[in-house]
Ligand binder design. Structure first.
Ligand SMILES: [Zn+2]
Length: 178
């Protein structure tokens, strides 16, 4: 009887842990060692997205200095300097490091902040939200779900319909014209 009870408790905990592990957003992504993460995730469209893991050295040789600073060291480009800030063409904004689609031009708006701004992501599973307590404030940092690259932050002072403002570094994005 006792053994059965223990087995039941163990199985319950095991099931709960497994379900948590399948959550598409993993707050620990850039902190956890790559081998501790699932090598892939399923996006909202049902596609399997294989994660990209590279060494710092590999990222350094792939990215230019500014891209490395923003994407891999969570830096921020200076306001009003990004080349995609005033882009009004129709298309998709992808991760500059791994090519994952991150935002549609349909969700872009002029926030006046000096950084490209969107009111919703292309696919919510393509972006990981992480609490960022650096610089003394509590902000929500945004990371690419495939490569862990730093994108920017999300704030709750955006326009309708979501009320959200995804504030993104131009340097973290590439643009694919439709
Ligand atoms: Zn990426």
């Amino acid at each position: 009887m006792r053994t059965e009870l223990f087995a039941f408790i163990f199985l319950t905990f095991f099931t709960v842990s497994c379900n948590q592990a399948q959550e598409p957003t993993q707050e620990t992504f850039p902190v956890a060692a790559p081998e501790q993460l699932e090598p892939f995730f399923i996006n909202a469209a049902g596609d399997t997205i294989r994660r990209v893991f590279k060494t710092d050295q590999d990222w350094k040789s792939q990215l230019n200095e500014m891209e490395y600073f923003v994407l891999r060291e969570a830096g921020t480009e200076r306001a009003f300097t990004g080349d995609l800030l005033d882009n009004k063409q129709k298309g998709v904004y992808t991760c500059a490091a791994c090519g994952l689609p991150l935002f549609s031009s349909n969700a872009k708006f002029n926030s006046g902040s000096g950084w490209p701004s969107y009111y919703q992501p292309y696919d919510p599973t393509h972006i990981i939200e992480k609490t960022d307590a650096s610089n003394g404030w509590n902000r929500v940092e945004l990371l690419c779900a495939r490569c862990g690259g730093h994108l920017g932050h999300v704030f709750d002072d955006g326009p309708k319909p979501t009320g959200l403002r995804y504030c993104i570094n131009s340097v973290s994005l590439d643009f694919e014209k439709q």
